[in-house]
Write a protein that binds this ligand. Sequence first.
Ligand SMILES: Nc1ncnc2c1ncn2[C@@H]1O[C@H](COP(=O)(O)OP(=O)(O)OP(=O)(O)O)[C@@H](O)[C@H]1O
Length: 586
Amino acid sequence: MRFLITIIRKYPRRSALTLICLLLASIAEGIGLLMLLPVLSVATDDQPQGTGSHLFGAQQILTQALSVVGLKPTVGTLLTLIILCITVKAAFSLLAKTQVGYTVTHVATDLRLTLLRTLLAARWEYYVRQPIGGLANAVGTEAMRASMAYFEGAKAITLLIEAIVYAGVAFAVAKMATFAFLVPGILILYGLSYLVRKAHRAGTRQTKLLKSLVAGLTDSLQSIKPLKAMAREELIGPSLQSSTKRLNRAFQREVLSTELLSSSQDLTLALVVVVGLYVALSQWKMPLNVVMVMVILLARMLTFLAKMQRQYQKARTLESAFWSLQAAIDGASGDRETESGGPSPNLEKALRLDKVSFGYEKYSVLRDASLTIPAGSFTVIIGPSGAGKTTVADLLTGLLRPQQGRVWIDGLPLDGVDLRQWRRMIGYVPQEPFLLHDTILRNVTLGDPELKEADVEAALRAAGAWDFVAVQPFGIHSSVGERGTALSGGQRQRIAIARALVHRPKLLILDEVTSALDQENTATICRTLRGLRGRLTILAISHDAAVVESGDRVYRIYNGEASLVTNGHDPDFVHSEPAEQSKSKG
Ligand SMILES: Nc1ncnc2c1ncn2[C@@H]1O[C@H](COP(=O)(O)OP(=O)(O)OP(=O)(O)O)[C@@H](O)[C@H]1O
C-alpha cells in the first residue's frame, strides 16, 4: 500500500523499531508455541519415533537447544519457558504498539502542521480559489482519518508478521499440512479481496462528500443572517441534506463490505480448518499431539491472515483522506509565495504603479495603469464598482503581481524587496473587515505580545472606537461575538481600523472603510486621517465625499486606466463620476 510506504519512509527509525519489535515478539510467541510439542509429548508419553516422525525435526532441535543450556525437557521446565516466551512477546508487543501509537499521533500532527505551514505560505490567489470549509475539513477530519488509516495499516502489518511466524513454525512441524492449509486459505482471502476494493471506493466517496459537506456548511453558515432574514434558509437545506444522505449511503456501503468480508471469512476459513482436520486425522493418520499443535498453529495463522485482511480493508477505506490532505498540501505548496529576500524598503519618497497591466483570466482589469502615491500623502482612489480599485491596493501590497509593468517603492521594484518586511509596514483595512470570536483587545493586537493595552487604547481612540469600547461591560476585554456580531457594522469597521493603526504602519490602506459609518464617525475617521497625514502614507479607496475631500491627491480608476484628478476637494468631480460598469473583456 503506497500510503503506508510513504508514511514508513517519513518515520524510518520509528518504523524500523516497530518492525523489529514485532518480529521479536512474533519469534518469542513462535518459540513458545513450538514448546507445546515436547510438553504434549511428555504429557502423553508419545515420544517421536525416529527421523520419519512429524515431531522429530522440530522437537529434536528444541531438546538439543535445552540440553545446551543444561535443561531437561520436563513439563515444568517447558511450561516455565513457555511463560517466559509469552512475557518476552508481551514486552516487545507493548513496545511495538507504543511506537505505532506515537506514530499515529505524529502522522495527524505532522500532516496538520505541514498543511498549516504551506497554507500560510501560499499566495493570495490560492485562497481565492479554495473553499475555506474544505481546508478546515482537511485540518480536522482528514488528518484524523489519515492517521487512523496508518493505525489500521500498521495493525495489518503486525498481523501479517504474526501470520508469517506462525506459518514458519507450522512448516517446521509439518510441511505438507501447512501447505494444505495455507494455499486454500490464501486463495479464499484473494477471492474476497474485491470486498476490500469495494470498501476503498466507499471510503473515497466519503472523503469527497465530507469535504463538500463541510465546505457547503461553512459557506452557508457564513451567510446565514441574510438567509434567515429573507426566510431562505431552507434553500440551503436540500443540498446539505442531499450530501448528508449520500454520505450515509457511502457509510452503508462501507459497513456492508466490512460485514460481508468478516462473515465470508468466518465461513470459508472454518471450512478449511474442518476439512484440514478431517484429512490430517483420517487420511494422513497424523498423531493426535501433532494435530492438536497444528490446529492451534494453523487456525491461528488463518485467523491472523483474516484479521490482517480486515485491518487492511479499514486502512484502504480511510486512506483516501491521506491523499486528499496530501493534495491540499501539494496544492498550497505549489502556490507558495516566492520570497525574493531582497532589501527592506523604507517608503521615503513614493509608491508607484508603473504601466501596470493586470487581469483575471479573461478579464483585463488594468491596462498600462500608472499612479504615484507620494510618501506622507493622503491619496484617495475613486472609480465605479468593479473598476479595479481593490486590485490596485492588492498590487501595492504584493498580494497580486502585475502581468506587465512594475510596482516601485522609492527606487526599489516590489518584486525585488523583502516582501514580508514591506507588508509589516502596512496597515490594511479591507472592505469587509473580519473579526475573530475573541476580545476587542485580541482583535486589535491579533495576539502580538509586543503591543500593550496603552497602544490598543491609543489606536482605538484614533479610530474613533474608544467611546463605544469604554462603555462595554469589560472594556477592551469584552468579546465581540462570532465574527463580531455583538457589534454594529460601523463598530466592527472602527475596530478593524484600530487594528491597522496599532502597529504604527508606514502605509495605511483603507478600502471603503466608512461605508458603514454615520456622518459623525466618518468625520472622526477623516479627522484622524488628516491628523496622520505627513506621519504616514495613506491610501483610501472610497466613494465617500468626506473622505475624498480629506485627501490631497485623488486618482480615478476607469476603463483599466488610472488618471490623476487634480483636486480631491472638488465636490463636482465626485458627483460626475461615471456610473458605467468598467469591467472590460481582455
Ligand atoms: N479573484 C478574482 N477572480 C476573477 N475576477 C476577479 C477577482 N477579483 C476581482 N475580480 C474582478 O476584477 C474586477 C476588479 O475588481 P476590484 O475588486 O478591484 O474592483 P473595485 O473597483 O474595488 O470594485 P468595488 O468598488 O465594487 O469594490 C472586477 O470586475 C471583479 O469582478
